[in-house]
Ligand binder design. Structure first.
Ligand code: COA
Length: 307
């Protein structure tokens, strides 16, 4: 544990680093305004009333006047008052589910803990009207029409992505879209919904046998014991978000494009995309029937070559 003084120095250095990096972007990148982002999102196909689950890279958008706040506002404006914005605000102090389960004395506190998922999630979490799920590794935040529904039951879900989790509820919403802003098809949590729905019938052995209960505190300070089961290391090391799996990311992108489910476009300067959640889920299920999963080996991919 860092002493309070060391923590303060670290925070100050981080603030200075961020300022420097933002200054540099401001001088070198095209400037993008909130209104540009709203127009680009609409052109991409994000419509009023949509529920969007957003994975993002802020710096890929160009230099956004108004920073991450402007992006959050643009997303809210794009879906409108009847829409919903959902953003992963995970806090995973151990770096992984396994690492977090091994921490002694860790109690997730939804009122206190931030997120290490990037600048947009940090900003979103600090905003107003945000509902946040109570979960020791995968806490999700939401704004808008379905925000309460999506986040209220996560701590009671039998598994991270299972019944009652934000993802499992998200699939069932009309107009639900998984949206990537400047990211590949790697860091997309949505894939895991199918795994938890299929359980042992999922075609790859991805979980450790060991299960954990991690304590969490909700908004009222009530304590919950939330179940977790780590992924086995040899699965995560060949998963679609692993740096070594550009082949799998390219395969999935081409597959969803071919299936007519992937819509691609530009938001600011960022190559962006979305996939409707129901179609995403159903297609993942079809693919899993052929062992084409986010853990597929090059040999498994080669069994179903793409033109
Ligand atoms: C890892 C990841 C967040 C990195 O993307 P990134 O753009 O470098 O980082 P952020 O989105 O946090 O944005 C911060 C960067 O924006 C840039 N930035 C700062 N002000 C900015 C502005 N006004 N306009 C545009 N960019 C700005 C800075 O370069 C900053 O980087 P710094 O922290 O080094 O200063 C991204 O690649 C990713 O994977 N996103 C998905 C995360 C996720 O949803 N994970 C869950 C599933 S596993």
């Amino acid at each position: 544990m860092l002493s309070p003084l060391k923590r303060q120095v670290k925070a100050l250095l981080e603030m200075l680093r961020r300022r420097r990096s933002a200054r540099q972007l401001k001088q070198t990148q095209r400037h993008v305004r909130r209104a540009d982002l709203v127009a680009d999102l609409a052109r991409l196909g994000i419509a009023p009333g949509d529920a969007v689950f957003v994975h993002s890279s802020l710096k890929s958008l160009g230099y956004v006047d108004g920073g991450a706040e402007a992006v959050v506002q643009a997303l809210q404006e794009a879906v409108g008052p009847e829409g919903t914005v959902v953003i992963p605000t995970y806090y995973m102090p151990g770096g992984s589910i396994r690492g977090t389960c091994e921490l002694t004395d860790y109690v997730f506190d939804v009122r206190k803990h931030g997120t290490n998922m990037g600048r947009l999630p940090e900003t979103f979490l600090a905003g107003t009207g945000i509902h946040r799920s109570v979960h020791p590794t995968h806490s999700v935040s939401a704004w808008g029409r379905h925000a309460t529904y999506l986040t209220e039951a996560h701590h009671r879900a039998p598994s991270v992505f299972g019944e009652g989790s934000p993802w499992q509820r998200f699939v069932g919403l009309e107009q639900a879209k998984v949206l990537g802003l400047g990211i590949s098809m790697g860091p997309v949590t949505f894939y895991h919904v199918l795994e938890d729905a299929l359980g042992e019938a999922f075609p790859v052995a991805i979980w450790e046998d060991q299960r954990f209960l991690l304590p969490c505190l909700d908004q009222q300070g009530q304590r919950w014991e939330v179940p977790l089961r780590p992924f086995v290391t040899n699965a995560t090391q060949r998963r679609i978000d692993h740096p070594s799996r550009a082949d799998l990311r390219a395969y999935f992108k081409a597959e969803f494009r071919r299936a007519g489910l992937l819509t691609e476009g530009q938001v600011g300067d960022a190559a962006s995309w979305f996939i409707p959640a129901r179609g995403f889920y159903d297609h993942l299920q079809q693919m899993a029937g052929k062992r084409l999963t986010i853990y597929a080996t090059p040999e498994e991919l080669a069994a179903y070559p793409q033109d």
